[in-house]
Write a protein of this length. Structure first.
Length: 236
């Protein structure tokens, strides 16, 4: 007798027109077939990617030499513009003020407002640098004179304007002769303090800069008020 061994899987999935019969198959069989298909297709896709990536991308390959020169010039200009933006200097906003005929710059980062001085009430038993108190819209504002720290002669006769500064928990009115201008200074234009200036504690000065053909001295007002002995923390 002859015994024939049947391939049940092929028998089930085979149809006379060589198409897949619409008969459900097991999940395991589907996974095996999908894996085989993946192994067959992936090398072809990789070959296609390698073929495409291996070719350099050319912008406007049919451009004339003159057009290519224009494109190159535009690319160079864009690159220079990006370099300038990345290296753009940082600006500092300053209030330019006058004290005893000299010009100083105060960082607007610590300035709250500007005000005219009126009706000053002296504070007893305080140093000369404390001018007195002033009512600023219901707030008691202490007016201070920074001239002595800058080795200048005090001048209480011309009390006209003050800069209200707020540094940490300190609010005070810095007395000035005149508020001249608001400017924006590039930090690259800020020069170091000349070595000849020894009369003023240099840690209170940030540098010098030109303003309308004059030299202004940029103050480090935070250090000046806190470390320069301007702030009074004494019991009267």
């Amino acid at each position: 007798d002859i015994i024939m061994l049947l391939n049940v899987d092929r028998l089930i999935r085979y149809s006379p027109d060589k198409t897949e019969a619409q008969i459900p198959v097991s999940a395991a069989a589907i996974q095996v077939e999908a894996k085989n298909l993946q192994l067959e297709i992936e090398p072809k896709l990789l070959a296609e990617d390698t073929k495409v990536l291996g070719k350099p991308h050319v912008f406007c390959p049919n451009a004339t030499a003159e057009e290519k020169a224009i494109f190159r010039e535009r690319a160079d200009n864009l690159r220079l513009l990006g370099d300038r933006e990345n290296s753009a200097p940082i600006n500092m906003s300053l209030a330019v003020v006058a004290l005893n005929g000299e010009h100083f710059g105060i960082n607007l980062g610590v300035v709250r407002e500007f005000t005219d001085i009126r009706q000053v009430t002296p504070v007893p038993c305080t140093p000369d640098r404390i001018i007195g108190n002033m009512n600023l819209r219901g707030e008691i504002l202490t007016l201070v004179d920074i001239r002595n720290v800058l080795n200048m002669s005090p001048d209480t006769k011309s009390l006209s304007q003050a800069i209200v500064v707020e540094i940490e928990d300190l609010v005070a009115g810095v007395v000035v002769d005149e508020i001249l201008d608001i400017i924006h200074l590039n930090l690259s234009d800020l020069a170091t303090i000349p070595a000849a200036i020894n009369s003023v504690n240099r840690e209170y000065l940030r540098g010098t800069a030109f303003y309308e053909e004059k030299i202004i001295t940029v103050l480090n007002l935070q250090k000046l008020l806190i470390k320069g002995g301007i702030v009074v923390d004494e019991e009267v």
